[in-house]
Design a protein. Structure first.
Length: 309
């Protein structure tokens, strides 16, 4: 059966890439995760549609990822198809609007940080906060990514999406239902294809200086030297996950090589040889300890793959 699916996937993705029994550690920023039955990297939306239709027809589970920067994949891997939406060769499209702002259209697989830096280099302001976010544009829209008081919802106009039947539509900013680390994308099992942002003209040197300042803050306060998935937990209302974790006495607490960062307790890091099970166990121990100490139950910001059951 798996041989048959492999052949069908190769036929559906003639220009892309189909990998079999591929470790997900290659596709996640934690650098952990066991093998997926299939990892498929489509070359464009037509191949993406064919993958989805094939998966539906054969009742094969599938999961969409970008850079894998907000994901913890099980050591047991994933029984099904991991679809990787990666940057392609299409250029970012800039168009000045009637009001003097600039509309920027970009594919979902494009690096969000590269988009922010490219826009800044053109003297366009609004995405400075994104210059240090490691995910893709699609992932940023999916989770309404944000930093330093700004979020995707502040600049996005609309997103082009594909549903589980392969139909393509455009959702406005309001229809995306963007809130803290949330959008309608996951609830409706949609796939982001492109996003449209509205930016404003500004002084190039000032914009680049702000990016440099924010990136310096990241280097100072975040454990960027270790593999991680960024902030491990969502920010509790009226509080901060890192603060609660530190107050619970968990700074530096480890399970195997998975460790609560001493630089920023909101990050769980891989010190070198952590497994996904180490990280998962540490997340659960942190959650329970913080709840027992403060009465606040932390919610993971990291998405879990392959941990069901």
């Amino acid at each position: 059966m798996r041989d048959d699916i492999f052949i069908l996937l190769k036929e559906a993705v003639p220009r892309g890439q189909v990998l079999r029994d591929e470790p997900l550690s290659r596709f996640t920023s934690f650098r952990t995760g066991g093998p997926a039955d299939f990892v498929v990297i489509p070359s464009g939306r037509d191949e993406l549609k064919d993958i989805i239709l094939l998966a539906n027809a054969k009742e094969i589970p599938y999961y969409i990822i970008g850079n894998g920067s907000n994901i913890l994949a099980s050591d047991r891997g994933f029984s099904g198809i991991i679809v990787v939406i990666r940057e392609n060769r299409r250029e970012i499209c800039y168009e000045e609007d009637a009001d003097g702002t600039v509309l920027v259209r970009v594919d979902a697989g494009h690096s969000f940080a590269k988009l922010a830096n490219d826009a800044a280099g053109r003297g366009l302001a609004g995405l400075e906060f994104a210059a240090g976010i490691p995910g893709t544009v699609g992932g940023a829209v999916f989770m309404n990514a944000g930093a330093y008081g700004s979020e995707v919802k502040d600049r996005i106009v609309s997103a082009e999406v594909m549903d589980t039947a392969g139909n393509i539509s455009v959702l406005s900013r309001d229809e995306l239902e963007l809130s803290y680390r949330h959008s309608v994308i996951g609830e409706k099992k949609l796939i982001v294809l492109t996003a449209l942002f509205r930016l404003t003209k500004g002084n190039k040197e000032d914009i680049l200086a702000e990016i440099a300042e924010l990136n310096a803050k990241r280097r100072e306060k975040q454990p960027l030297e270790f593999p991680s998935a960024g902030s491990t937990f969502k920010r509790p209302e009226g509080n901060f996950a890192g603060k609660l974790i530190e107050e619970a006495g968990l700074k530096g607490y480890s399970v195997g090589d998975a460790c609560v960062s001493e630089k920023h307790c909101g990050f769980i890091i891989n010190k070198g040889h952590a497994t996904s099970d180490d990280i998962y166990r540490l997340m659960n121990e942190v959650t329970e300890t913080v709840f027992n100490k403060s009465g606040v139950r932390l919610e993971p910001e990291v998405r879990l793959i392959g941990f069901e059951g």
